[in-house]
Design a binder for this molecule. Structure first.
Ligand code: DGY
Length: 332
């Protein structure tokens, strides 16, 4: 059937809140995926034909090859803060804007980082499995003895907004000494606000009792934590990854957990997710969650709303709220 609408056409790649579709439909002719099918590359390409904008969920690969086949596309709006699915250089070269959803998920994600840290240090899921399996027959003085959280040293790799929110929770909520490593140190004022001290990566690895990864994924951060880094960590320490799969070498981590090179890990993100390295599924000293750090209804709504604001802002009013491409000049 031929469309009679004169509204610009956009695509929403996955199921999303109905209110989001309603908002978009005020301005655009919207093709949705209410069945929430997982489209392969060919299907995504087919659906993108004739679309000027696309609402993405942080996993759809937008690169030169795809852009060459979608000449009408002007904006890709991720509802996530992470945007490693975008080849920004290729997008800029093709005159396509990329946007993400920063800030709105910071506190919720930091809450979850702490939840994972606590669950990992205090062996919450491991002991629950033990109880559910009917193994709990008596109390004993050393049963599921875990690592201290309050007063310990919290290490943070990557000190953006989420890292800072985790630092504040550690310093002010749990009396932890907070150390961090980042491409560049924070301003003195921000360090004071987070009660955090800049250290080298080596000092971070060797000193932290609990190391939280919040660094964005890039070629430079790929396998930033592998066998050599794990070997530098304390045997009593825990590692928490709420950043992106691929920052940790999952095979090396599984081996390190098995050999007690470190005490435990908490992982919300995985290399090649939703697949999980099979060895991680067999070691008991790891807490595994399915990429849910930002998953509260309010936060997911705010993330989706920001993607809508970007699509409407750019395509209707000529200005996106949170553009990514440096020096991007193309207009909608
Ligand atoms: C993000 O926003 O990047 C989170 O990882 C949710 O996918």
């Amino acid at each position: 059937m031929t469309s009679t609408s004169h509204k610009p056409r956009i695509l929403v790649t996955r199921a999303i809140f109905p209110q989001v579709i309603d908002r978009l439909s005020e301005h655009f002719e919207v093709e949705t995926n209410l069945a929430d099918d997982l489209w392969d590359r060919a299907e995504l390409l087919r659906r993108l034909q004739g679309k000027v904008g696309v609402f993405t969920t942080g996993v759809e690969r937008i690169d030169a090859d795809l852009l060459a086949q979608c000449p009408e596309l002007k904006i890709c709006a991720n509802m996530t803060v992470g945007y490693n699915n975008f080849d920004l250089d290729a997008m800029t070269a093709a005159g396509v804007l990329g946007t993400n959803a920063p800030d709105v998920l910071t506190e919720t994600t930091a809450d979850f980082g702490f939840a994972l840290l606590m669950a990992t240090a205090r062996r919450v899921t491991e002991s629950e499995h033990f109880l559910r399996a009917g193994h709990w027959t008596r109390w004993s003085y050393d049963m599921f003895s875990g690592a201290e959280v309050h007063g310990s040293t919290l290490g943070i790799l990557g000190m953006g907004r989420i890292g800072q929110a985790i630092a504040r929770r550690g310093a002010f909520g749990f009396g932890m000494q907070v150390i961090y490593h980042n491409r560049s140190p924070l301003s003195a004022a921000l360090e004071l606000e987070c009660k955090a001290r800049y250290v080298s990566k080596q000092e971070l690895l060797t000193t932290a009792d609990h190391l939280v990864l919040v660094v964005p994924y890039s070629a430079a951060s790929h396998h930033s934590i592998g066998a050599p880094e794990l070997a530098m960590m304390k045997p009593t320490s825990t590692l928490i990854n709420i950043a992106r799969g691929g920052i940790v070498d999952d095979a090396a981590l599984a081996q390190a957990l098995k050999n007690r090179v470190i005490a435990a890990a908490g992982l919300d993100v995985f290399e090649g997710e939703p697949s999980v390295h099979p060895d991680l599924l067999t070691v008991p000293n790891v807490v595994l969650t399915p990429h849910i750090a930002s998953a509260t209804e309010g936060t997911r709504r705010a993330m989706a709303d920001l993607a809508v604001d970007n699509l409407v802002g750019f395509l209707v009013h000529g200005r996106a709220v949170t553009p990514l491409n440096p020096g991007f000049t193309a207009a909608a």
